[in-house]
Design a protein around this ligand. Structure first.
Ligand SMILES: [Zn+2]
Length: 143
């Protein structure tokens, strides 16, 4: 994740974490189709394929990460509005003069109110770096 957010400082990086229970097993970087430094929307097709692939492996969506290249380390109003998956953890990578820091939030939304809860997380170094989904026939453009 850190490598991904650091490589995409011109836009909000985003991705999905899948696993079993509370243990993350797979981390994927997903294209931000808005390519915006203040908003993200995941490529729906990439998302769909990942969901299918992970379902086959018996892994559940545990968390969604995205970056705030110029802060803050807190979900924005839009993040809260667009928190579609109940129970999924929102990881926010925010950049400040101290570098990148990751915080985790659970967003509970009802018609009456919204509660944003910060939760403690541990990031192990053996959590795999994100794999970028590039189809075999779509070589990245260079030059
Ligand atoms: Zn955000």
């Amino acid at each position: 994740m850190l490598r991904d957010v650091n490589e995409r400082t011109h836009e909000e990086a985003c991705g999905l974490l899948f696993g079993k229970g509370e243990q993350v097993e797979e981390v994927f970087s997903v294209t931000n189709i808005l390519h915006s430094p203040i908003r993200f929307r995941m490529d729906p097709q990439e998302q769909y394929h990942l969901f299918m692939e992970m379902e086959e492996k018996g892994l559940d969506l545990i968390a969604i990460y995205h970056s705030h290249p110029s802060g803050p380390s807190y979900p924005s109003a839009i993040d809260v509005d667009e928190a579609y998956y109940p129970g999924v953890i929102h990881l926010i990578w925010a950049y400040s003069e101290d570098g990148w820091a990751c915080k985790a939030f659970v967003i509970h939304r009802t018609n009456e109110n919204t509660r944003i809860l910060e939760i403690p997380i541990e990031i192990y170094s053996d959590v795999p770096e994100p794999k970028t989904k590039v189809e075999n026939n779509q070589q990245p453009l260079r030059g």
